[in-house]
Design a protein around this ligand. Structure first.
Ligand code: B12
Length: 208
């Protein structure tokens, strides 16, 4: 099955072959969300499990991530439909000390597709940078991603800092170790479990 081949291409670090595999599936009319979730994201989950179990190492994660990104790039134009009027401005970044950006980039793609204007601050973003970017761009919403349990306290500090320095701004958070309960506890306005959830959440928070 072709989605299985895409899954295997991530696990085999095939960043060249995957481009063709994904493009062929898209042309064949396969649902792009299925390619994303069952092919690309499922494979990264497996990579994470293998890393956790000690059967693969950081360089393996990196090359798998490169293959994943190559596949996501093919999907990008199909995930991002162009809406004419901006739904609002969102500043997004991965918190200080955290270099994971695949999930953040997917959230950005979905938000862009839904018509939001995105200011992407990248990874390892200091608290002050979230604040300055939100102020300079008159953003209604700041979105933060964290993938490490060790950067969850950093996220907590970042939310507290923003709420203190710019009380009107809304903050939504996400990332594999982040939960709804954690988001509530640290005073975030919203939590999204995946990139699709981020869209409804952003709409709700900006309209509120
Ligand atoms: C790829 C990867 C890497 C790559 C990152 C490449 C890149 N450009 O991002 C590299 C090799 C650099 C890396 C490094 C490290 N990693 Co790493 N990594 C992963 C891996 C395998 C996949 C992450 C990923 O991209 N998932 C796919 C995306 C699509 O999922 P996601 O990020 O969760 O995002 C989705 C949702 O969470 C949500 N979302 C995400 N952000 C947001 C934000 C908002 C606002 C919303 C609404 C939603 C949302 O939407 C996304 C799409 O649906 C995970 C394992 C895993 N399964 O998570 C480990 C993992 C996160 N890494 C781990 C570790 C330990 C590390 C290192 C510390 C290893 C080391 N010893 O150096 C370093 C840390 C470097 C640093 N300072 O950040 C651990 C974390 C353990 C823990 N408890 O904290 C994990 C869980 C692996 C494991 N099983 O042990 N890693």
């Amino acid at each position: 099955m072709a989605i299985e081949a895409i899954y295997q291409a991530v696990l085999n670090h095939d960043h060249l072959g995957i481009v063709d595999l994904v493009a062929r599936e898209v042309e064949a009319g396969r649902d792009v969300t299925a390619i994303l979730n069952h092919g690309l994201i499922a494979a990264m989950d497996e990579v994470g499990k293998r890393f956790g179990a000690g059967t693969i190492y950081i360089p393996d994660m990196l090359v798998a991530a490169r293959a994943m990104r190559a596949g996501v790039e093919v999907l990008r134009p199909h995930l991002a439909r162009n809406n004419v009027r901006s739904q609002g401005t969102v500043v997004m970044g991965t918190v200080k000390g955290d270099l994971h950006d695949i999930g953040k980039n997917l959230v950005i793609m979905m938000l862009e597709g839904a018509g939001f204007t995105i200011i992407d601050l990248g990874v390892d973003v200091p608290n002050e940078k979230f604040l300055t970017a939100a102020a300079e761009n008159k953003a209604e919403l700041v979105a933060m991603s964290a993938l490490l349990t060790t950067t969850m306290p950093t996220m907590e500090k970042a939310v507290a800092f923003l709420k203190r320095e710019k009380p009107g701004v809304k903050v939504m958070v996400g990332g594999a170790p982040v939960t709804e309960a954690f988001a509530k506890r640290i005073g975030a306005d919203g939590y999204g479990g995946d990139a699709a959830a981020a869209v409804g959440l952003a709409r709700g928070l900006i309209q509120a």
